[in-house]
Each structure stands twice: as C-alpha cells, then as structure tokens.
Design a protein. Sequence first.
Lengths: 473, 478
Amino acid sequence: MESALELRRRIAAGEISLDSYYEALLSECESAKARFNCLTAITNQLAMATVERLKTNMKNDRPKGRLFGLPVVVKDNICLRDYPTTCASKILENFVPPYDATVIGRLIAEDAVIIAKANMDEFAMGSSNENSAFGPVLNPHDITRIPGGSSGGSAVAVAAGLTPMALGSDTGGSVRQPAAHCGVVGLKPTYGAVSRYGLVAYASSLDQIGPLACDVESAALLYSVIAGHDERDSTSAEISICDYPAEMQKSVKGLRIGLPREYFGDGLDGEIRTSIEAMIAQMKFEGAEFVDVSLPHTEYAIATYYIIADAEASSNLARYDGVKYGLRAKNDDLLSMYTNTRHEGFGAEVKRRIMLGTYVLSAGYYDAYYQKAMNVRSILKREFADVYKVVDVLLTPTTPTTAFKIGEKSNDPLEMYLSDIYTVSANLAGVPAMSVPIGRDGKNLPIGLQLTAKHFDEAVLFRVGKAVERLAK
Amino acid sequence: MNYEAVIGLEVHAQLLTKSKIFCGCSAHFGQQPNSATCPVCLGLPGALPVLNKRAVDFALKMILAVGGRVGKQSVFARKNYFYPDLPKGYQISQYDKPIGVGGAISFIDGGIAKSINLTRIHLEEDAGKSLHPENASQGYTRVDVNRCGTPLIEIVSEPDIRTPHEAFLYLHALKQIVEYLGICDGNMEEGSLRCDANVSIRPIGETTLGTKTEVKNLNSIRGVERAITYEIGRQIAVVSSGGKVVQQTLLYNDADGKCYPMRSKEESHDYRYFPDPDLVTLCIDDFWIAEVAASQPELPIARRERFVSNYGIPAYDAEVLTTTLQLADYFEAVVEHCGDAKLASNWIMTEVLARLKDQQIDISEFAITPTRLGELIGKIKAKAITGKIAKDLFELMLSDSRDLDVIISEKGLAPVTDSGDLKKLIDKIIADHPDEVARYREGKTKLFAFFVGQLMKATQGKADPETAGALLKARLDE
C-alpha cells in the first residue's frame, strides 16, 4: 500500500481518477469483507457522494483538504450519522446515530472519503476480535489466526490494502495490539488529545481514538487531522499540533531510549525478543542511547486495568436497556424488558465485564477493588512521569506473542487478558504509545514494537517510529 | 413516655438556567414531549456531558446565601440505577465531594430565632418524567425526557428539625431564599422545589437516633408539615404499643393525610457511586466565588431589617411584606410612587393581601400595579379623595385600568369641599333633627359624631372630613 501522502498527491494531481479508483476500491471492500469479515458495512452512498463533491471541488479549483480523496475505514464504535453504528453488538444492530462523532467531522472537513465501518470486538471488549456479534475477523497473514482486537477490522482493512488509514479505538491496547498482529502502524494518542465525542464509550477514562495506518507518516497525517481540543468533550485537551513531517526527518541520534525490564520478562516470545534486540542494535548504531529502566508496578497493570475498565463499562453500558433505541426483546414487564433485552443483546464477554464491573463498584467492595485500582493507577502514572525524567521514549514489545489461532484462548479469559500485558499501562497512565511493525517471525507473522512517550509527546513517537520503520525494511 | 421527633429534609431545587446542566438544550418547560432533547440528554451512545457554568453560578449563589463553604474541588459522580426516564442508566450527581458544605437556614418560630444547619448542597441533573396511563392494563408507560438534564441543587439539612412546624418554617425560609436569589421559582406544586423528609423519634433526653423512615411525594409546604405530623404520630403509636419502627420509604397521600410504604423492590438500591470519568474535577477559585458574591441580591432577612429601619414599619409588617420577593418589590414600588411607607404598608397589608387571598392569586397577577396603588395613596395624602372614597375607588380599579382622575370625575368621587354646598346641607340636617341639636347644645357633645355621620350620608362620603367637621362644629356651637 502506498503512503497516504503519495496517494493524496496523485489523486489531487489528477493522476488517479477518483471515479475509477473508488469504483474498484468499493468492490475490493466487498471482497475483503467476504474473505476477512473485517467490515460491518460498506458506506457506498456516502463514499460516492463524497467523491462527487471532491470532483466538483477539483473542477472549480477549490482548496483541497489534507486528506483529499483518501479512503478511510472507521471502527464501528464511532458514530457516523445516518449509518448503523453497531459496536458489533446485537443490542445496537439497528442503531443509527443522528449525529457524527467529532473525528468524523474532522475527516470530512479535510476531504477524506469514508468507505466502510470496521468490524471489532463487541463494545471494544476483546483482544482477538472473536467477540463480534457478526463473527470473528480473520488475519490476512493467516486466516486461521486472529487479527488482534478490538480494532481488528480496522487493522485488517489497512493490512489488506483497502486503505492507507483507518480509525480504531484503544482502551487497553485495542489499536496497538491488532496493529502488531496485522503488521501495520497503530497509535494510541495521549488521553485527551483526540475528542471522544461520538465514540461509543467502553471505559471513558481509558478510551482514545487512534489511527491505524500502512506507515508512520500516514498515521501521523491522520493523527494531525483528528487531534485537538473539542468543546464537546470535557476531557479533551488544548494541544499544539507540531510539524510532524519535520519531526520525521530527524534521526534518533542523541535520543535516550528506555528499556523497562518488566517488559522483557519470561512471558515474551523468543522470536519477538530477538527481533527487538536486533532493532536496538541498529538504533544504537544510528546514535540512540539505551537506558535500562524499571516500572515496578507493571505487574499490577492488568488487574488494575480490568477493574477500572469493567467498572466504567458496567455504568457506560447501562443505557442499553431497550427503552429508547437498539434492541428491545420480548417482555412481560419492565424488569423482563431489561433482563431479556440485555440477555439477548449482549455477548458473553460483555456480560462478564458488566458483572465484574458491577461487583467492584458495589457497596462493601468499592474500597477493596475500585478504589485500590485507582490508587495503583496513580502510582503507575507517577512511575511513568519519573521514567520520562530520564528517557525520551520507552521501547518495548507490543505483544508477548504474535497472532494466535482463532479459538486458542476463547475459553480462557485470563489467558486472553494477558495478551494486553504490554499495552494497558499506557492507557492507565494516559501516555501516548505506538506500535510499529519490525518484521516477521518464523511463521511469517508480523511482529510489533511499541514506543511509549510522555503526555502529548506524539512527536517523538513519530520521529523514532519513522526510524524504526526505515531500519526494519 | 414523651418523645421528640428528629427530622432532616432533603430539598431538590430546579435551577432557572436557560439551558440544561450538561448540554445546550432549553431547560424551559411546557414544550412538546421529547422535543427539548439532543444526543447528550437523550443519553445516545457516544454523547458526552459538558458542564453549564451558569448552573455552577446558581449553586454558588445558594451556598453563599446560607453561609456554606464552597468545595473548591468538587467531583461529579454517577448514581447508577435503571429506570425508563433515566436515559443513561445513571444520574450525574455529586457524592463525596459536593460543591457546598455546611451553612444554615434561619427563621423565626413564635418570636424565637432558630437556625437549622445544612449538611451539604450539591449539583446534579434531573431525570425525565414517566407518564403512566390511568388504566395500568393498557400495558405501557410513556416517557418524556425533556426534563432530563435540567439542573438541580440538592440541599440536605442536618437532622436538626424537631417539629413539623419547624419543617414548615425551614422550607418556607428556603423557598424565600431561592426565590430572592432568582435561581428557582420555588413552586412545590409543580415540582420545581421538591422535598423528602427523614423522620425518626426518640424519648426526650435520648441522644442517639431512632430508626428513620423516608417520606416522599410531598407536594406542598403544608403537605410536608401534615405528612411529618402523621408520621411522627404513627411512629409513636408503633413504639408505644411495643413495636419497632421499620426503616423504609413511605409515600405521602395528601388526600387522606397518611403515609404508605413504597414497594420494597423499588428502594433496594445500591447506587454504586463512582466519579464520572466524562467530567473533570470542578475547580472553583476565589475569583469565581468573589464574582458570584458581588452579584448577590439582598436576602429576605436583610430586607426585612431594612424595611423596619428605613421605613419605620413594624417588624411584623416587614416580615409579611418580605414573604416573597415580588411582594417586597411591590411594596417598595408603591412607596416610591406615594412617598408614604406607612400608608403603603397599611394598604398592602389589608386591602391588597385580602384581594390576593380572595382571588387566590399571586401579587404578580394582581390587577392594580404598584404605580396605580401609589397614585391612589398619593391622592389620599393630597386630600384629592377621602379615605372612605379611596376604598371604593380601589374596588373600581380592580377592573378599571383608566386614569384615576377619569374614574373619579366619571363616578363623581371628588370630595365636596365647597363650604357653600356643605353649609346648606348642614342647615338642612340641623332643621331635620331639632331634638338631637337641643341635646347636643345641652352638653351631649358625643352627638357630634351623629351629625358627622348624617353629613357623610348626605354627601355619600365625599365630604372632606376636615372642612366638614369645622363647619359643622361652628354651626352647632352657634
């Protein structure tokens, strides 16, 4: 897949005809949807209407947006007006939002062409994309394997070459982990950098929308479009978007890169370790300085994450009650309307998390679980803040293994939760992190390397990520 | 054994902001059901709340008015429960870090100044309204979510109230404060001011608290007093007969004046409060507080005291006249137009309030504007009409908004001051009542009032009392 910037250049210059490009692309989407189950819907009408508008703009020589003519696939938990936003759940199968998420407005304002909604784990809960009400998404590198989750559909759309860029959401690794498994770039921005308005909430204090892309440059481009303050999201921050192309010109020379020892322990696959070590050696050769550091509370991150995320989810998902929209199951009275609707509408993993979340917030358990988890979260945040006094960026694996087999972990939720072991901490601390592909293992499956920076320092991720990408080729 | 009651009140006051607390929808009422809504207050997936600063201003006004402490870092929390008129499945409220802590509400009970301490004041959003059909077998409930997201403050008192009448006075004073502040219209009947009462009893002298019940569905201040009276009586009866008060929620029925238990299923809630991750900590700095403080209006107690000291009217009158902001404003407008606070007070205390009571209306709906009442009083002072005629004129003004002078001349209400005319009438009265004249002249001077009466009758009350008295006296004493 060519870079978004190159594709935009060719489209804007008229070297590619919008009509024929999109005619071919939309039919390719149909075929990819059939082969990998990566899309929940193809937004033909919207795409064609956008193409018409862009053609008129070209004819009249109007200014062209930064994403002019570029196709984008959007995860199906981001509200797109007049198109079903299902969250891959039966309970929202027929929900059509009457409004656009803020990020959608920003894509459209920059002349992007939204071509499809991406399949995902139901309500973004999962690490394998097996939890979709519409069936699992298959990894294009090996269709017997999972693509990662929960933004599996978005990662596959990029990996399958449908689009240079897609939007996902990352609550505990849901952009970075599928990016690693599919061999694409995935960024979880700093919490507050991208508006959550219109992102269907899973765990509000952890959720961030982020780009998945064919390369670092394309990820940076999409990020620069969607980031920035939004008055409709109280948790969105005032940030300055730096000159990413210039950052990506810089070498890694003189950068201090931290290697947290907790991320290189026993659970890490040997081939991933080897390929990361090889990358470290190359980067040293380019002048980067590596420092061994420690984030001692990392071992509590998974437990902390699942308590906080599930607590928030149990409340966020209370609105799916059959009253106003979405599924309403057959019922005899109010209570059975609630129980039948939620019983039929939610999948097993969603129910599991709602129950766990309800439990940890219950009277008598709040202090032991939720409050304690919040305390650990503060400690983790502080550990990250401390480590960034010493280093510019942290380098770790994104995942402990490459893509596993479909069904391999579905009966063992705990084993499944451990696939997020390297990714959840960034969400808990609110810091930005990016997964960049660095090669393949012996089974020809992609390996991802994760870079983690301090709050609002996406620039250093793009700078280092670009170097890693170059060195990995 | 003698018991005392321990009462605490939780009052919800709907704030009069233009828009809702977490979105831009109108917070005004009377619109088509479900029309004043948007993705945020409908709780649509993905929509997020943004705090309306005006609601914070209003809450601060109340906190400052009752001498409470502002929580400089207050936190919004989710109160989780399922109900069809609660679109998100949780209410955004405040829990362990409210915007206001402490303060007190003062009132006078039988001449004694009392003060009830407040526990807290917090901000929250209102839920919608469930409309149940008359006939439950119709099998549906309608939901109107227009009210969802209307800003509320909840004012929680300490269990410092001891009698139903104190509860009445407390609520009355609270209502006065919110009305004076202009933050709530104080209408309990329409639900813009709502009250739940926590009631328990204990033997006098006991310091630990008895088991409490929570009484809901209180739709007027008098209703609160009646419900608490009933509930205290019921609890005393239970305990006196060897029983135990059961902790429960009761619904008051104003029709029979009794409290009935709510179905237990509806009250067994664990709300699982936790900080709302969609909202950031509400930080209120001294500058913000100072800004609100600078815009505070005069409060009921201060105004009452000023009425006494500035206008020299009795404390009782001042209290009546400051009952509502509108009445106090009315009084001051009348004074401004006639320049006589005592006359203004007398007229309002007697004539005006009697009409309001008769017509069951509010001063804002009263037909005679303060300007016109001031004009009327001005005419009495200038002797342009007599006091007796003024009352007739007042009556006419209730339905006649024409210029006062027009009414006076049309109805012939101007006083008879012409001494020639009066003299002729006096001569006639003296001629008609020779016996009375003789007895008067023998020393029965009390009969003077009789002659005044006759003269007033003859002039239909229009004789100017001073002129008429002087002429009459001169003629009788000849």
